[in-house]
Design a protein around this ligand. Sequence first.
Ligand SMILES: C[S@@+](CC[C@H](N)C(=O)[O-])C[C@H]1O[C@@H](n2cnc3c(N)ncnc32)[C@H](O)[C@@H]1O
Length: 206
Amino acid sequence: MGWYDRYVVPRLVTCACGTKPIVRQRQKVVPQARGRILEIGLGAGHNLPHYDPGQVDHVVGIDPCEESWRLATPRVRAVPFDVEFKAGSAEDIPADDASFDTVLLTFSLCTIPDPEAAVREARRVLRPSGKLVFCEHGQAPDDSVARWQRRINPLWNKLFGGCNLNRDIKGIIGGNGFSLGDVQQMYLPGTPRIAGFNIWGVADPQ
Ligand SMILES: C[S@@+](CC[C@H](N)C(=O)[O-])C[C@H]1O[C@@H](n2cnc3c(N)ncnc32)[C@H](O)[C@@H]1O
């Protein structure tokens, strides 16, 4: 991995992940996480302040980028529950079957190289009564926006550490072991439409 991807990308992504519209999205989903929680793609820990501390037993954060753990440290120190970092990949989660009550996925399916394998792994590590809580950006429903997403994606992917603008989030989650309940979606205000189409909700293991 080169210098740009190792040091610049985590900082660029951290800035983008802290914008107001994205914080509002975190506030909608993260408090629904409870029990023993696996956060896939912990990044710089932007979700940590939004957990409901009364509902959290323990958070395990998995991310292959150890630099992001350094960026997350102040947020980890500020929360009143344990956060354990595991360097690793969502496609091969270092955890036992049925060992979590919640898997939280925010703004990570865009970047994980094999998102379908990641969702199957999330299904494997969730207890039967567990929930996948998610908020992701992805393929826009409007043809004109989707066309621009396809055009810009190759450059975007290089600039932003492998992020993809146009993944089919509902298809990836619904097609890999989850039933989608009440899923919501919208373009985030104040965000370019190509990067701002968000889909969020809670999915149950099938
Ligand atoms: C856009 S950032 C989002 C971080 C965080 N989830 C958030 O909401 O702020 C995408 C994250 O996915 C992580 N990532 C990339 N490939 C991954 C993989 N194979 N498994 C798990 N996480 C991965 C990146 O290192 C990065 O931290």
